[in-house]
Design a protein around this ligand. Structure first.
Ligand code: IPM
Ligand code: MN
Length: 353
């Protein structure tokens, strides 16, 4: 099969972790007889430095022409403490999501038995945790009307959702639940927000089409609490953009292996695969960042974008093997274990595939 993949390395540790995923994908392609064509595009601070824009049209064209996008990370500290900066790397991310129609962000949280004691939560709380948060990504307060009034002394941001936007996200949630434990939790703030009441009403109306799925409705504040009390009680969670942003960060640390968590953003025009960790600027260029989240994102890409399950499985197996044999970066090596470099982990994975 011919695999046309757009490669957006981005900022910080992005290029380093992406380079390892490329080694792994190329090795899988050789093993299974696929032909990969990589097309690189600029994003984030790297794109601002080069062309003054965090998501240039040239990059958009590359993504549109690709079957899937593999993405590293966006963000640079030089913009974080400058509230007056008019161009920011993160704008590139939002523009990319909107222009590619990446409406569904899939962020799984699962435990690796060998790493369970890395979690900030007690073992008995998290054992068996395997949940997926499906976050709406192109609507809500991120993209609603915003501005200032009263000579700049009053500010507003608006959360707007249409029934169609809710339906297309919820449909994926129901379908995903059918392939898993058939439990779906719709997270909102329907006791206060009108947009949440539309979410609840829309999802309730869809329940009759999925009689096998057991749906619960919970308020976001309660979920924030229960997620760290009993994460294993959740399976598929659907929610709007901002609630999803917050809950997925919370969920990402539960397993104690944030450097291992992949994600996918499914879209109208294409889909994008990226690690959930950010650009981690403190580690950039040091060859120490954990590449496994990006490698596992590539596994998601094989399965979801190309329907190649066996290829995805080979990647997951070799990642498990590297964990079992301690071929890991310093975040996972512990005090006694040897810390391998990012590039060494990538080489080992490719060789073992
Ligand atoms: C994320 C990030 C982005 C978001 C930022 C960088 C704009 O936090 O992907 O979760 O808020 O969506
Ligand atoms: Mn976030």
């Amino acid at each position: 099969m011919k695999l046309n993949i757009a490669l957006l390395a981005g900022d910080g540790i992005g290029p380093e972790v992406i380079a390892q995923a490329v080694k792994v994908v190329d090795a899988v392609a050789v093993k299974f007889g696929h032909e990969v064509s990589w097309t690189e595009g600029l994003t984030g601070a790297a794109a601002i430095d080069a062309v003054g824009e965090p998501y240039p049209d040239s990059t958009h064209e590359i993504c549109l022409a690709a079957d899937a996008v593999l993405f590293g990370a966006i963000g640079h500290p030089k913009y974080d403490n400058d509230p007056k900066a008019t161009v920011r790397p993160e704008q590139g991310l939002l523009k990319m999501r909107k222009k590619l129609g990446l409406f569904a962000n899939v962020r799984p949280t699962f435990t690796f038995p060998s790493l369970i004691d890395n979690s900030p939560l007690k073992r008995e709380r998290i054992e068996g945790t395997d949940l997926i948060i499906l976050r709406e990504l192109t609507g809500g307060i991120y993209f609603g009307e915003r501005g200032r009034k009263d000579d700049g002394n009053t500010a507003f941001d608006t959360c707007t959702y249409t029934r169609e936007e809710i339906q297309r996200l919820a449909k994926l949630g129901f379908e995903l639940a059918l392939t898993r434990s058939k439990k779906l939790c719709c997270v909102d703030k329907a006791n206060v927000l009108e947009s949440s009441r539309l979410w609840r009403e829309t999802v309730q109306n869809m329940e009759k089409d999925y009689p096998e799925v057991q749906v619960s409705y919970e308020f976001v504040d309660a979920v924030a609490m229960r997620l760290v009390q009993w994460p294993s009680s959740y399976d598929v969670i659907i929610t709007e953009n901002l609630f999803g942003d917050i809950l997925t960060d919370e969920a990402s640390v539960i397993s104690g292996s944030m450097g291992l968590m992949p994600s996918a953003s499914k879209g109208v025009h294409t889909s994008l695969y990226e690690p959930i960790h950010g650009s981690y600027p403190q580690a950039a260029g040091k060859d120490i960042a954990n590449p496994l989240a990006t490698v596992l994102s590539a596994a998601m890409m094989f399965e979801d974008a190309f329907g190649l399950k066996a290829e995805a499985e080979v990647i997951r197996e070799v990642v498990n093997k590297s964990l079992a044999e301690g071929i890991v970066t310093e975040d996972l090596s512990g005090k006694e274990g040897k810390a391998y470099k990012t590039s060494e982990v990538g080489d080992w994975l490719a060789k073992n595939i």
